[in-house]
Design a protein around this ligand. Structure first.
Ligand code: ADP
Ligand code: NA
Length: 320
């Protein structure tokens, strides 16, 4: 079974990204063959700076390697190192109706938010279909907002298979994880870099302390009993503490004498402890850039082998 994931090359990641997506992706390496790429071509729909694209791609690679991406077990590459995907993108464009693309929610949302409508943004789902279909992917773990894109991939694959009366493409399935709840931000709303309510993963201890200390609570005093149920500190603590530790924390809420600042310090220590081993690995890769480049090239060589073989079949099918 092939599990397929695209990663936006974004430098800063927060604990919402980690518990909502990255952790599961890393764990999926034990479940099937993971294919994961850094979506550099896709990033061109929004990034207009060479330095920023390079920096973000490199940092994303380092973050994923530090968090447990295993380049031997999995296939981990940067999109533009396997150019076959662009050839497939063109072929698939001829099996993608305008109406299908015009119905894409994410395109409509982006344009309504004032993002300039250009062809790259419009045809993004065709490139995504090429990414997925080139590698005969079976399972695509996605958030709710991406389900439609996987459905579009199935439509495009079907339309191609039908046009040539051949089962060239495997129809992929979206997997939406309903179990992982949305990680709340420091203000209780969904944690998101757009809302300035994040607790970041790889940041200085000083900045992380500032973020944790910024968690919004009610204004109960030290000598009052407190409620843990809807407290943002407690909600975030659930991600980092076991049942024993949580029981302990609940008791501290229910006993007057401590303030929210104390609970925040306990949480901060847990977060720092949790990510310390990853920080160490990240530090290693930061100091060994050539190794990171080699790992991505190794991943690209594995991906390319599959991509070239698949393109032979596709080109033979269409007459190229
Ligand atoms: P952001 O909202 O900070 O811009 P992205 O949209 O880049 O984050 O999301 C990257 C990945 O992290 C997606 O798979 C998304 O579902 C997941 N993710 C982001 N924020 C959260 C959150 N608060 N809780 C759970 N998962 C999240
Ligand atoms: Na988002």
């Amino acid at each position: 079974m092939r599990i397929f994931s695209g990663i936006q090359p974004s430098g800063t990641i927060h604990i919402g990204n980690y518990f909502g997506m990255i952790k599961k992706m890393i764990e999926s390496q034990n479940e099937g063959e993971l294919f994961a790429f850094l979506a550099s071509y896709h990033a061109l729909t929004s990034v207009r700076s060479k330095e920023l694209l390079e920096k973000n791609s490199y940092e994303a690679a380092i973050n994923f390697l530090a968090l447990g991406m295993d380049p031997e077990k999995s296939t981990f590459w940067i999109q533009h190192d396997v150019k076959e995907v662009l050839e497939l993108y063109w072929i698939l464009s001829n099996h993608t109706s305008m109406g299908l693309l015009e119905r894409a929610h994410s395109y409509k949302d982006k344009v309504s938010k004032g993002i300039q409508a250009n062809h790259g943004l419009f045809s993004y789902p065709v490139l995504m279909a090429a990414d997925i279909l080139l590698f005969d992917s079976n399972i695509i773990p996605v958030g709710k907002d991406q389900i439609q894109h996987v459905e579009m991939t199935r439509d495009i694959a079907n339309s191609f298979n039908h046009a040539y009366s051949k089962e060239i493409f495997i129809l992929p399935e979206a997997r939406v994880d309903e179990i992982v709840a949305t990680v709340p931000g420091t203000d209780g709303a969904k944690m998101s870099k757009s809302y300035n309510n994040t607790i970041d993963m790889f940041t200085s201890l000083k900045d992380r302390k500032k973020q944790v200390m910024g968690i919004v609570t009610d204004s109960k005093e030290l000598n009052e009993v407190k409620e843990w149920e809807n407290c943002n500190i407690y909600s975030i603590s659930k991600l980092f503490m076991n049942e024993n530790e949580l029981g302990n924390l609940r008791q501290r809420y229910e006993t007057a004498g401590e303030g929210y600042g104390h609970f925040k310090m306990t949480l901060l220590e847990k977060i720092n402890e949790y990510f310390a081993p990853y920080e160490e690995k990240r530090e290693y890769f930061l100091n060994n850039k050539k190794e990171v480049r080699d790992i991505l090239e190794f991943g690209a060589s594995k991906a390319r082998k599959i991509a070239v073989a698949k393109m032979e079949i596709i080109k033979d099918c269409v007459g190229l």
